[in-house]
Design a protein around this ligand. Structure first.
Ligand code: ATP
Ligand code: MG
Length: 364
């Protein structure tokens, strides 16, 4: 008897099996083991839509908690600093209660964070509030992991968090920071903020996951749900997924539902799943990406469509009838948006699988 569909085609959802990403998870979990002196204690994750940033942050938070750390997961937005405080309180309450019931109220988290929420003229000093919390945690040698999703360098609170974190580091507090965002936003943050640790922070790009890791995670996910997948079906799924985590979940979810009562997931199930997954990828990722692009970006991409393989940057000035500095500017923008990649200097290609075909169909 097979179980429920084990695939998770939902943004932000941690999948039962993470395909790949050990190169990111490994150093960070090691930093959590070692404490505050590891260079990986502050890490930036960069990736296009659907590459698995949010899922990875949640995964890392669970890893941290499993090692006795308190984790505060927030999204860059107004109120994020207060959110960090609230989550510390929730995450640490049982621990502090067990160790010493009176300490938590001693920090008076509740009243101070409420002031912040109400927008009192002089908001509580977030740094001293966090110092109080980390002092308390230090008594039991408990670390704190702060994760920030959807990095937005234009937010004052974002800047404040980064600046205060620099002090945590200097003071040797056991606080880890992992921030994730679209390439453009992360690059902007690093160049805009003067804090030096950001420049030195470990940085990982969440590119395509290698096929063998996709295939293994796919097979294990199917098994987890109580079914099996035939080798030809697995090969077809892997080929269609092209290393892209969101596509992994879409193909898996739809292929599973093609004949949920069967023991095996067949190649026909996978083929049907791929058709539906492609349509969903279009509406949920490609249309959204296209709508954020400026006319100049779209003209640049349209000029790239002439090539079936990689585009040479040196061809672009002529095709667009623009200067080479114009070409460099738009290349940079599209790299930062996570739409194209530059596998070798001067060679460009689309980085979201299927996006080129989508643009052709849209007739841009
Ligand atoms: N390593 C992975 N292996 C398999 N599936 C994954 C992996 N990482 C993420 N996923 C799945 O991929 C989908 C997209 O993940 P997630 O929402 O984390 O992407 P994201 O990079 O945060 O996207 P966005 O930029 O739109 O917020 C989700 O359905 C998630 O379950
Ligand atoms: Mg996300």
């Amino acid at each position: 008897m097979s179980g429920n569909n084990p695939f998770t085609p939902v943004f932000g959802k941690v999948p039962p099996y993470m395909a790949g990403r050990q190169d990111v998870i490994g150093p960070i979990t090691q930093a959590l083991e070692e404490g505050s002196n590891s260079p990986d204690i502050a890490t930036l994750l960069v990736g296009p839509r659907g590459s698995g940033k949010t899922a990875l942050l949640s995964y890392l938070a669970v890893e941290a908690q499993g090692r006795g750390w308190v984790a505060a997961n927030v999204t860059a937005s107004r109120g994020m600093l207060d959110d960090v405080v609230q989550q510390c309180r929730e995450g640490a309450s049982h621990l502090l209660e067990e160790k010493d019931g009176s300490r938590l109220t001693g920090i008076q988290l509740g009243s101070v964070s409420l002031q912040w929420e109400r927008g009192v003229q002089n908001p509580p000093n977030w740094r001293s509030l966090m110092n109080g919390i980390t002092d308390e945690l230090a008594k039991t040698d408990t670390g704190l992991l702060i994760t920030v999703d959807e990095v937005d360098p234009r937010l004052e609170e974002m800047r404040h968090l980064v600046e205060v974190y620099q002090h945590f580091m200097r003071e040797n507090r056991k606080v880890a920071l992992v921030m994730a965002g679209l390439p453009h936003n992360v690059s902007l943050m690093v160049s805009k903020y003067t804090t030096t640790f950001l420049r030195r922070a470990a940085r990982h790009t969440l590119g395509p996951v290698p096929d063998y890791e996709i295939a293994e995670a796919f097979r294990l996910t199917v098994l987890q749900g109580g079914r099996e997948i035939e080798p030809d079906a697995l090969a077809a799924a892997t080929e269609a997924i092209q290393g892209f985590p969101f596509m992994f979940q879409l193909v898996g979810y739809r292929a599973w539902n093609a004949s949920p009562g069967e023991r095996g997931v067949s190649i026909d199930d996978v083929r049907a799943g791929i058709v539906m997954a492609k349509a969903e990828l279009k509406s949920r990722v490609f249309d959204a990406t296209l709508s954020t692009l400026a006319n100049g970006d779209i003209a640049f991409l349209a000029a790239m469509l002439e090539d079936e393989g990689d585009t040479l940057q040196s061809d672009m000035a002529r095709r667009l009838n623009k200067s080479s500095s114009h070409v460099s500017t738009y290349k940079r923008r599209l790299l930062d948006e996570g739409v194209i990649e530059e596998p070798r200097r001067g060679r460009l290609r689309f980085c979201l699988p299927g996006f080129r075909e989508f643009l052709l169909e849209e007739g841009v």
